[in-house]
Ligand binder design. Sequence first.
Ligand code: SF4
Ligand code: FES
Length: 258
Amino acid sequence: MSQAIVDSAEAPAEPEVTADTGIQSFLVTFIVRRFDPEVDEEPRWVDYDVEMYSTDRVLDALHKIKWEVDGSLSFRRSCAHGICGSDAMRINGRNRLACKTLIKDLDISRPIYVEAIKGLPLEKDLIVDMEPFFASYREVQPFLISNSAPEPGKERVQSIANREIFDDTTKCILCAACTSSCPVFWTDGQYFGPAAIVNAHRFIFDSRDDAGDVRLDILNDKEGVWRCRTTFNCSEACPRGIQVTKAIAEVKQAVLRG
Ligand code: SF4
Ligand code: FES
């Protein structure tokens, strides 16, 4: 099924120039994997021809489809600027944030495939149940645990060098792009997954925290860090550029040091 959302029934063969702005527009085909649990037994692919500009993002295309063609298209998004982490999805087979994926960076001579991230239960269209992901996150105790209070009226002091040790892993926005790109997680949903380990890393290496040993014990579990097969899918998927595989390796080393 193809649903065009331009006024003309005929697709323009060449990029069009919008008279008022002088900016070229393109007709881009998006093939979206749809699933409505109340109607569908299996997901189905639906294609949409959408008028786009090179400065548009995949999220803009999804908005156009939802607002102008089919209001039932379901996906999560909030900030639209790469901060909230809610719109991770598979775009042409790669996990990305729809709000950070520019049309100009994709090959629009071919259809652009959009589907939900893998490894988590599919709820509707591009929405998955994130609860298993957040359950693993909660399990590693991703908050500061200290055995002592700071001096009255003082902050907990930390050197620049000590802060640097876990700076990379503070950038996580919990989008699940890493965990849902991990083949171990696909085959074994019990694996904590890269995101939980990244967020454990953020506190294990924080000089102000006193519960690193507890977290290392948790991650020394059979579903913990040793399930990682170092495929680097997680690092490639991370929209924040976090060196996820390196963080996992550092946690492995910390477990071995005891
Ligand atoms: S480590 Fe990167 S990919 Fe994984 S949840 Fe955090 S921001 Fe997303
Ligand atoms: S909508 Fe918030 S990260 Fe994309």
